[in-house]
Design a protein around this ligand. Structure first.
Ligand SMILES: N[C@@H](CCC(=O)N[C@@H](CS)C(=O)NCC(=O)O)C(=O)O
Length: 241
């Protein structure tokens, strides 16, 4: 039995939903509520973050470790290239986007969306426990403050993150202008990681959230700034998700 402990909104968790689906592995999802997740996760793993994969008595935390575990355990449709050189390149890209895209997409998005509880509360509570909406609604002002503090989200840090993101998106875009894939000549964990971590800016249907029809104007402006160089994300979703 495989269980994925996750937040539906999390793009690091989307990496693992995608990897599991791509490899045709059956799994069940346990959606956690931000804040309340800490006590649940601490019983499973050393850190408080998700995704966490539980496979029988094995517990794996962190999206890169989980993909490695899945490829080692279920060889079919490997996301890790076989050759040592390509594997090294794929892991380097994955680490690069985890650090230079994932964190900054999250900060830029939350800086705007945390001020729109009508949008984020449904994201946080999507297919979660029955009491989720009521709970998050009651704790929302405290939760927002804690999230801003924990993830260092403020006006200045958001500006720095936008710049870091611009550099990373330029780098990915220019690589993909010359190459069909980030590594070698086939889809790998590098492409999957880059596309998942940029997905909140593109809102692909297969991400699994109910994206609202209308996002705040500030959010649209953020996306518009990157749009010409992230078209490939939807293309990868169409072909491989
Ligand atoms: N590098 C980690 C990052 C995971 C991560 O940042 N998870 C966030 C959600 S996007 C989280 O669980 N935050 C809550 C916490 O750390 O307690 C990975 O690749 O899995």
């Amino acid at each position: 039995m495989i269980t994925l402990y996750q937040f539906p909104i999390s793009h690091y968790c989307e990496k693992i939903r995608w990897a599991l689906d791509y490899k045709n592995i059956n799994y069940e999802i346990k959606n956690l509520l931000p804040g309340l997740h800490v006590s649940k996760v601490r019983k499973l793993a050393p850190d408080t973050c998700v995704p966490i994969l539980v496979h029988d008595d094995r517990v794996v935390q962190g999206s890169d470790s989980i993909i490695t575990y899945l490829d080692e355990t279920f060889a079919e449709r490997s996301l890790t290239p076989a050759s040592d050189q390509l594997k090294k390149e794929a892991l380097e890209w994955e680490q690069y986007v985890d650090r230079e895209v994932g964190i900054h997409v999250r900060r830029c998005c939350y800086h705007i969306l945390l001020e729109h509880p009508d949008i984020v509360i449904p994201f946080f509570t999507h297919q979660g426990p029955w009491y989720g909406k009521l709970y998050i609604f009651c704790v929302y002002p405290r939760l927002r403050k804690a999230m801003r503090k924990y993830m260092n989200i403020n006006q200045e840090s958001e500006q720095r993150s936008r710049e870091r993101l611009r550099v990373a998106i330029d780098k990915l875009h220019s690589h993909l202008q010359q190459n069909a894939f980030l590594v070698g000549d086939q889809f790998s964990r590098a492409d999957l990681s880059a596309a998942s971590l940029l997905a909140p800016l593109c809102q692909p249907e297969k991400y699994g959230l109910n994206w609202p029809d209308q996002l705040p104007q500030q959010f649209e402006a953020l996306v518009d700034g990157f749009q010409p160089k992230i078209d490939w994300v939807n293309e990868i979703y169409d072909k491989y998700r």
